[in-house]
Design a protein around this ligand. Structure first.
Ligand SMILES: Nc1ncnc2c1ncn2[C@@H]1O[C@H](COP(=O)(O)OP(=O)(O)OP(=O)(O)O)[C@@H](O)[C@H]1O
Length: 226
Protein backbone atom coordinates (compact mmCIF):
# COMPACT_ATOMS: atom_id res chain seq x y z
CA UNK A 1 0.00 0.00 0.00
CA UNK A 2 2.83 2.41 0.90
CA UNK A 3 6.56 2.07 1.40
CA UNK A 4 8.51 4.69 3.34
CA UNK A 5 12.23 4.63 2.60
CA UNK A 6 14.70 6.59 4.71
CA UNK A 7 11.93 9.07 5.56
CA UNK A 8 12.99 12.33 7.18
CA UNK A 9 10.50 14.90 8.45
CA UNK A 10 11.18 18.18 10.19
CA UNK A 11 9.48 21.32 11.47
CA UNK A 12 11.57 24.15 10.08
CA UNK A 13 15.18 23.23 10.85
CA UNK A 14 14.26 20.77 13.59
CA UNK A 15 14.31 17.12 12.49
CA UNK A 16 11.48 15.11 14.04
CA UNK A 17 11.52 11.85 12.07
CA UNK A 18 14.83 10.44 10.84
CA UNK A 19 15.65 7.51 8.58
CA UNK A 20 12.32 5.72 8.93
CA UNK A 21 11.81 2.65 6.72
CA UNK A 22 8.32 1.14 6.85
CA UNK A 23 6.23 -1.05 4.57
CA UNK A 24 2.51 -0.53 5.11
CA UNK A 25 0.41 -3.39 3.79
CA UNK A 26 -3.24 -3.57 2.84
CA UNK A 27 -5.37 -5.72 5.15
CA UNK A 28 -3.04 -5.27 8.10
CA UNK A 29 -3.81 -3.78 11.51
CA UNK A 30 -0.78 -1.82 12.66
CA UNK A 31 -0.37 -0.08 16.02
CA UNK A 32 2.26 2.62 16.54
CA UNK A 33 3.54 2.95 20.11
CA UNK A 34 6.17 5.14 21.70
CA UNK A 35 7.03 7.85 24.18
CA UNK A 36 5.41 11.26 23.99
CA UNK A 37 7.08 13.61 21.52
CA UNK A 38 8.73 10.74 19.63
CA UNK A 39 7.21 11.68 16.26
CA UNK A 40 4.17 9.33 16.01
CA UNK A 41 1.62 12.03 15.07
CA UNK A 42 4.04 13.62 12.59
CA UNK A 43 4.61 10.23 10.94
CA UNK A 44 0.87 9.44 10.84
CA UNK A 45 0.18 12.81 9.23
CA UNK A 46 2.78 12.08 6.56
CA UNK A 47 1.18 8.68 5.89
CA UNK A 48 -2.23 10.37 5.56
CA UNK A 49 -0.81 12.87 3.06
CA UNK A 50 0.74 10.04 1.04
CA UNK A 51 -2.39 7.87 0.65
CA UNK A 52 -5.32 8.53 -1.71
CA UNK A 53 -7.95 10.56 0.17
CA UNK A 54 -10.80 8.54 -1.34
CA UNK A 55 -9.67 5.34 0.39
CA UNK A 56 -8.55 6.80 3.72
CA UNK A 57 -10.57 7.75 6.80
CA UNK A 58 -8.85 9.91 9.35
CA UNK A 59 -9.75 9.77 13.03
CA UNK A 60 -8.36 13.01 14.36
CA UNK A 61 -7.53 13.73 18.00
CA UNK A 62 -10.74 14.87 19.69
CA UNK A 63 -9.35 18.39 20.17
CA UNK A 64 -9.65 18.75 16.37
CA UNK A 65 -13.47 18.54 16.44
CA UNK A 66 -15.29 21.77 15.50
CA UNK A 67 -16.26 23.07 18.93
CA UNK A 68 -19.20 25.27 18.05
CA UNK A 69 -20.87 22.55 15.98
CA UNK A 70 -23.13 19.71 17.15
CA UNK A 71 -22.53 15.95 17.42
CA UNK A 72 -24.52 15.54 14.16
CA UNK A 73 -22.48 18.11 12.25
CA UNK A 74 -19.12 16.83 13.49
CA UNK A 75 -19.96 13.27 12.44
CA UNK A 76 -21.60 14.34 9.16
CA UNK A 77 -18.31 16.01 8.17
CA UNK A 78 -17.00 12.53 7.46
CA UNK A 79 -19.44 12.34 4.52
CA UNK A 80 -18.70 15.74 2.96
CA UNK A 81 -16.60 14.26 0.14
CA UNK A 82 -19.34 11.77 -0.79
CA UNK A 83 -21.98 14.37 -1.64
CA UNK A 84 -22.48 17.46 -3.75
CA UNK A 85 -21.97 20.81 -2.04
CA UNK A 86 -25.69 21.67 -2.18
CA UNK A 87 -26.67 18.44 -0.42
CA UNK A 88 -23.98 19.13 2.20
CA UNK A 89 -25.18 22.68 2.68
CA UNK A 90 -28.79 21.53 3.13
CA UNK A 91 -27.69 18.97 5.71
CA UNK A 92 -25.62 21.44 7.62
CA UNK A 93 -28.47 23.97 7.78
CA UNK A 94 -31.34 21.50 8.23
CA UNK A 95 -30.25 17.87 8.79
CA UNK A 96 -32.11 15.52 6.45
CA UNK A 97 -33.99 12.65 8.18
CA UNK A 98 -32.00 9.98 6.29
CA UNK A 99 -28.70 11.38 7.56
CA UNK A 100 -30.16 11.94 11.05
CA UNK A 101 -31.21 8.27 11.33
CA UNK A 102 -27.87 6.97 10.00
CA UNK A 103 -25.90 9.11 12.47
CA UNK A 104 -28.26 8.20 15.29
CA UNK A 105 -27.62 4.51 14.60
CA UNK A 106 -23.88 5.11 14.51
CA UNK A 107 -24.06 6.93 17.87
CA UNK A 108 -25.87 3.94 19.39
CA UNK A 109 -23.09 1.67 18.12
CA UNK A 110 -20.56 4.01 19.76
CA UNK A 111 -22.56 3.95 23.03
CA UNK A 112 -23.16 7.69 22.68
CA UNK A 113 -26.57 8.26 24.20
CA UNK A 114 -26.83 11.99 23.43
CA UNK A 115 -29.08 14.40 21.56
CA UNK A 116 -27.52 14.82 18.13
CA UNK A 117 -27.91 18.60 18.31
CA UNK A 118 -25.72 18.87 21.42
CA UNK A 119 -22.61 21.04 20.82
CA UNK A 120 -19.44 19.01 21.23
CA UNK A 121 -18.10 21.61 23.72
CA UNK A 122 -20.59 20.15 26.19
CA UNK A 123 -19.21 16.61 25.93
CA UNK A 124 -16.71 14.76 28.10
CA UNK A 125 -13.28 13.80 26.72
CA UNK A 126 -14.42 10.20 26.15
CA UNK A 127 -17.62 11.32 24.40
CA UNK A 128 -15.62 13.66 22.16
CA UNK A 129 -13.31 10.79 21.23
CA UNK A 130 -16.30 8.70 20.21
CA UNK A 131 -17.62 11.56 18.06
CA UNK A 132 -14.19 11.66 16.35
CA UNK A 133 -14.41 7.87 15.81
CA UNK A 134 -17.97 8.37 14.47
CA UNK A 135 -16.69 10.89 11.93
CA UNK A 136 -14.04 8.42 10.75
CA UNK A 137 -16.62 5.62 10.46
CA UNK A 138 -18.94 7.95 8.50
CA UNK A 139 -16.20 8.44 5.89
CA UNK A 140 -16.87 4.82 4.87
CA UNK A 141 -13.33 4.27 3.54
CA UNK A 142 -11.40 0.98 3.81
CA UNK A 143 -8.25 2.38 5.45
CA UNK A 144 -8.32 3.95 8.93
CA UNK A 145 -5.61 6.25 10.24
CA UNK A 146 -6.28 7.12 13.88
CA UNK A 147 -4.36 9.18 16.39
CA UNK A 148 -4.92 8.01 19.97
CA UNK A 149 -8.62 7.25 19.48
CA UNK A 150 -9.07 5.53 22.87
CA UNK A 151 -6.89 7.54 25.28
CA UNK A 152 -9.89 8.88 27.27
CA UNK A 153 -11.86 5.60 27.26
CA UNK A 154 -11.76 2.70 29.67
CA UNK A 155 -10.21 -0.59 28.55
CA UNK A 156 -13.50 -2.46 28.13
CA UNK A 157 -15.09 0.24 26.00
CA UNK A 158 -11.89 0.51 23.92
CA UNK A 159 -12.08 -3.23 23.21
CA UNK A 160 -15.75 -3.00 22.15
CA UNK A 161 -14.98 -0.06 19.85
CA UNK A 162 -11.98 -1.87 18.40
CA UNK A 163 -14.37 -4.64 17.35
CA UNK A 164 -16.55 -2.01 15.62
CA UNK A 165 -13.49 -0.58 13.85
CA UNK A 166 -12.36 -4.07 12.84
CA UNK A 167 -15.72 -4.70 11.17
CA UNK A 168 -15.55 -1.39 9.27
CA UNK A 169 -11.92 -0.96 8.20
CA UNK A 170 -9.91 -3.69 6.50
CA UNK A 171 -6.65 -1.78 7.07
CA UNK A 172 -5.81 0.18 10.22
CA UNK A 173 -2.87 2.28 11.34
CA UNK A 174 -3.46 3.48 14.88
CA UNK A 175 -1.21 5.56 17.13
CA UNK A 176 -1.81 4.58 20.74
CA UNK A 177 -0.35 4.55 24.23
CA UNK A 178 -1.87 1.34 25.61
CA UNK A 179 0.74 -1.33 24.85
CA UNK A 180 -1.47 -4.17 26.11
CA UNK A 181 -4.31 -3.18 23.79
CA UNK A 182 -1.84 -2.83 20.90
CA UNK A 183 -0.47 -6.34 21.48
CA UNK A 184 -3.91 -7.84 21.95
CA UNK A 185 -5.86 -6.26 19.08
CA UNK A 186 -3.35 -5.55 16.30
CA UNK A 187 -1.34 -7.73 13.91
CA UNK A 188 1.85 -5.71 13.97
CA UNK A 189 3.35 -3.12 16.32
CA UNK A 190 5.89 -0.46 15.43
CA UNK A 191 7.74 1.35 18.24
CA UNK A 192 8.87 4.91 17.53
CA UNK A 193 11.14 6.98 19.79
CA UNK A 194 13.16 10.09 19.05
CA UNK A 195 11.92 10.00 15.46
CA UNK A 196 13.30 6.50 14.75
CA UNK A 197 11.84 3.02 14.46
CA UNK A 198 12.99 1.14 17.56
CA UNK A 199 11.18 -2.09 16.61
CA UNK A 200 8.78 -3.38 13.96
CA UNK A 201 7.37 -6.73 15.07
CA UNK A 202 4.36 -9.03 14.89
CA UNK A 203 2.20 -8.15 17.91
CA UNK A 204 2.82 -11.56 19.50
CA UNK A 205 6.57 -10.83 19.69
CA UNK A 206 6.22 -7.52 21.55
CA UNK A 207 7.24 -8.55 25.05
CA UNK A 208 8.18 -6.55 28.14
CA UNK A 209 11.86 -6.27 27.24
CA UNK A 210 11.01 -4.92 23.75
CA UNK A 211 8.75 -2.33 25.38
CA UNK A 212 11.36 -1.46 28.01
CA UNK A 213 13.84 -0.75 25.21
CA UNK A 214 11.31 1.58 23.56
CA UNK A 215 10.53 3.60 26.67
CA UNK A 216 14.17 3.63 27.81
CA UNK A 217 14.82 5.89 24.79
CA UNK A 218 12.51 8.46 26.40
CA UNK A 219 14.39 8.35 29.69
CA UNK A 220 17.77 8.63 28.03
CA UNK A 221 16.60 11.67 26.01
CA UNK A 222 15.20 13.25 29.20
CA UNK A 223 18.60 12.74 30.87
CA UNK A 224 20.35 14.35 27.90
CA UNK A 225 17.96 17.33 27.91
CA UNK A 226 18.02 17.65 31.69
N1 LIG B 1 3.57 22.04 14.48
C1 LIG B 1 4.75 21.80 15.06
N2 LIG B 1 5.76 22.70 14.98
C2 LIG B 1 6.96 22.45 15.55
N3 LIG B 1 7.26 21.32 16.24
C3 LIG B 1 6.28 20.41 16.36
C4 LIG B 1 4.98 20.59 15.77
N4 LIG B 1 4.24 19.49 16.06
C5 LIG B 1 5.03 18.67 16.77
N5 LIG B 1 6.25 19.22 16.96
C6 LIG B 1 7.38 18.61 17.68
O1 LIG B 1 7.74 17.43 16.98
C7 LIG B 1 8.06 16.39 17.90
C8 LIG B 1 7.20 15.17 17.61
O2 LIG B 1 5.85 15.50 17.86
P1 LIG B 1 4.67 14.46 17.59
O3 LIG B 1 3.38 15.15 17.93
O4 LIG B 1 4.82 13.89 16.25
O5 LIG B 1 5.02 13.35 18.68
P2 LIG B 1 4.10 12.18 19.28
O6 LIG B 1 4.98 10.98 19.36
O7 LIG B 1 2.85 12.05 18.48
O8 LIG B 1 3.77 12.73 20.71
P3 LIG B 1 2.47 12.48 21.68
O9 LIG B 1 2.48 11.01 22.03
O10 LIG B 1 2.77 13.34 22.87
O11 LIG B 1 1.25 12.92 20.93
C9 LIG B 1 7.89 16.95 19.30
O12 LIG B 1 9.14 17.35 19.78
C10 LIG B 1 7.00 18.16 19.08
O13 LIG B 1 7.29 19.16 20.02
Amino acid sequence: MLELVDLKLSYGDTPVVTGVNLKLRQGERLAILGPSGGGKTTLLHHIYQSLPKSSTAQCVQSKALVDNLSVFHNIYMGALDRHLWLYNLLNLVWPLPKQGSAINLLCQELELDLPLHKPVTQLSGGQRQRVAIGRALYQKAPVLLADEPFSALDGEMSRRLLATLKASFSTQIVVMHDANLAREAFDRVVGIAQGRVVFDLPAAEVNESVLARLYKQENSSERLNG
